[in-house]
Design a protein around this ligand. Structure first.
Ligand code: TGC
Ligand code: FAD
Length: 385
């Protein structure tokens, strides 16, 4: 029998520079030695994996983001490798890096950037991104959170829902309607009138902290306004950055499911002592999954190239986010099935990955929303309403 091949059948990893391959190896080692040994237990207990933070800090990833040093494909590869461990861990990068630091870098004043970026980069401070509301998820344009001018700043009132890192955050990037247009505000979470309540009882993203935020007459100074964020388009630009990391991350989640499943199928005999991996129907499913993963990775790579050229359009990100999340979830569900009863047990990672991918499919724009973005680009007709 020929020796088994890596699941990277198209040798896509050979395209990366030596430096990128070293970074991939470094993040992979971190995931194997720090994330994977503890993440299942945190998922089970619904607790945040505090012990992974020191290693994440040592990787220097957030300092590179703060210094604008990461090229698009390296950022993508890091997201892919982190999600080999856990979608919830990759989400830390999407929120702290793309949404929060991204909002500061694109729309913050020099003073706001100076105050927060170095601390966020060292993970000495945390931020969260508060767009979704209880009654406005897919349609943030309808938000009810309001800002009004005061003598020396703004007063905010409203509620935000499903906010990742909302309890841990030192400040929230709060999107609020000011005089008919949506603006972004940096709101320190210890301000009077600001409350963050954890959302417990999730069956997906259990190792990620999610919160509901309440703002009751929260007064902030004039310097809290993100000067460049004066329309919903600003929030959507931040989302573009995070959706990019999600498209890459989904590749890592799917590949991790496939690799765990192949190892399992080779070790488990059924029918005449033959390993499950030797049955034709099973090999068909492995082939289908690997083909989908190659496709996902090619899309992510192309997205990276477009981003490096500064030519990334919303519909291109929508296509990658929609396709890669849906395909990753299908791969995870198929792997779960191929592990039989063991597929529903926490001794294996596929079940956790599968339920986490349900969140990944929904947040940062659902499948329908991305399909409608692509549809609008193809036809010139917006069909959201
Ligand atoms: P629309 O009129 O289409 O657009 C308003 C303005 O924004 C511009 N724009 C974009 N700009 C950059 N990137 C994009 N992706 C953009 N999409 C639109 C657009 O050109 C326009 O600009 P201008 O200058 O003409 O004003 O807005 P709409 O109200 O019709 O909404 C469009 C829609 C439905 C696509 C948008 O609302 C949407 O994307 N909805 C989904 C909401 C969503 O994704 N929420 C995510 C919340 S954050 C989150 O989930 C974090 S998860 C955290 C974790 O990883 O743990
Ligand atoms: P809804 O908008 O109510 O949609 C429900 C269903 O209706 C979906 O299937 C959707 O596709 C469909 N639908 C909606 N509109 C249309 C339409 N026009 N046509 C066809 N179908 C439609 N938000 C933040 O702001 N910050 C965060 O940090 C954050 N973190 C999150 C973490 C987790 C674990 C989760 C689960 C969510 C998080 N979110 C966050 C919220 C997330 O972005 C929203 O859940 C998402 O945008 C969808 O909104 P919704 O849940 O209100 O669903």
């Amino acid at each position: 029998m020929a020796p088994p091949q890596s699941t990277d059948l198209y040798r896509l990893d050979e395209d990366w520079t030596e430096e990128q391959q070293l970074i991939v190896e470094q993040v992979r080692r971190y995931v194997d030695t720090v994330v994977l040994p503890c993440i299942g237990e945190h998922h089970h207990r619904e607790t945040f994996p505090e012990e992974i933070i020191a290693g994440l800090r040592e990787l220097g990833l957030f300092e590179s983001i703060a210094a604008n040093e990461l090229d698009a494909c390296t950022y993508g590869l890091i997201s892919r490798e982190l999600e080999r461990g856990s979608s919830a861990v990759r989400s830390i990068v999407s929120v702290q890096g793309s949404l929060v630091m991204g909002a500061l870098q694109q729309f913050g004043s020099k003073a706001q950037q100076r105050d927060w970026l170095p601390r966020l980069g060292r993970l000495d401070a945390w931020g969260c991104f508060a767009l979704t509301e209880p009654d406005f998820g897919s349609n943030p344009a309808g938000m009810e959170t309001r800002a009004e001018r005061t003598a020396d700043g703004y007063r905010l009132n409203g509620a935000k829902c499903w906010i990742t890192n909302g309890v841990r955050a030192d400040f929230a990037v709060v999107w609020a309607n000011l005089e008919g247009a949506i603006h972004g505000f940096l709101v320190e979470t210890d301000r009077s009138g600001f409350t963050a309540t954890p959302i417990k009882g999730k069956w997906s993203f259990r190792s990620s902290e999610t919160a509901q935020l309440f703002l009751e007459d929260v007064d902030v100074p004039a310097t809290a306004l993100l000067p460049g964020a004066t329309s919903l388009g600003a929030a959507l630009k931040c989302l573009s950055g995070a959706r990019y990391t999600i498209a890459w991350g989904a590749v890592g989640a799917a590949r991790a499911c496939l690799e765990e499943t192949i190892a399992y199928l080779k070790a488990r005999p059924q029918f005449h002592g033959k390993p499950l991996a030797s049955h034709q129907l099973i090999q068909y499913k492995l082939a289908w999954m690997n083909t989908e993963i190659v496709g996902m990775e090619l899309i992510a790579h192309r997205l990276g190239t477009l981003r490096e050229r500064g030519r990334l359009a919303p519909e291109q990100i929508a296509l990658a986010k929609m396709n890669n999340c849906r395909k990753a979830l299908e791969v995870a569900r198929t792997c779960r099935e191929l592990l039989g009863a063991n597929g529903i047990h926490s001794e294996y990672h596929v079940g956790r990955r599968m339920v986490d991918l349900e969140t990944v499919l929904t947040y940062e724009g659902t499948e329908h929303i991305h399909a409608l973005t692509i549809g609008a680009a193809l036809t010139g007709i917006k069909a959201f309403g």
